[in-house]
Ligand binder design. Structure first.
Ligand SMILES: N=c1c2ncn([C@@H]3O[C@H](COP(=O)(O)OP(=O)(O)OP(=O)(O)O)[C@@H](O)[C@H]3O)c2ncn1[C@@H]1O[C@H](COP(=O)(O)O)[C@@H](O)[C@H]1O
Length: 122
């Protein structure tokens, strides 16, 4: 019996991202009065995108403040808010965090400088 050789792809697991994504998915169609995520889904694309914009801006402001105060902890909280709302956005488009991780894995080792140069040549 022969076995096919498949390319070696390192599986990337992130239990916390998967668990939060599963909870977010379960909120589709749930009661907006008892769930923040259900409320966002019920409002639709614009409400989710507005939160992404807000959290990105708050991340920028936290980083600027952290340079002055020397305390980077606020950056952590703002990035967590941004990642969380990005998970909601992914779910809105029926995409999973695993697909983002797979895309990062695909890019691993490819220099951004080289990738940009290859794009210009194409
Ligand atoms: N990780 C989070 C998470 N991070 C932040 N947030 C909420 O995101 C909201 C936006 O944060 P802001 O700082 O902008 O606060 P705000 O000004 O009160 O927000 P707005 O009302 O203006 O949107 C707040 O209500 C936070 O509580 C989160 N809400 C939910 N989750 C996860 O999602 C799961 C499901 O949540 P529910 O759908 O609410 O049950 C939870 O168990 C968590 O795992």
């Amino acid at each position: 019996m022969t076995s096919e050789v498949t390319p070696e792809v390192t599986p990337i697991a992130s239990p916390i991202l998967d668990r939060v994504a599963a909870t977010i998915e379960s909120r589709k169609g749930a009661d907006p009065s008892t769930s923040y995520v259900a409320k966002l889904f019920s409002k639709g694309d614009d409400a989710i995108l507005k939160k992404i914009g807000e959290e990105a801006t708050e991340t920028v402001m936290a980083a600027k403040d952290a340079r002055v105060s020397g305390d980077g902890s606020k950056v952590l909280y703002e990035v967590a808010d941004l990642w969380f709302h990005s998970l909601v956005l992914l779910a809105q488009f029926d995409l999973s965090p695993q697909q983002v991780l797979d895309e990062l894995a695909r890019r691993e080792g490819v220099s951004g400088i080289d990738e940009k140069a290859a794009r210009k040549d194409a």
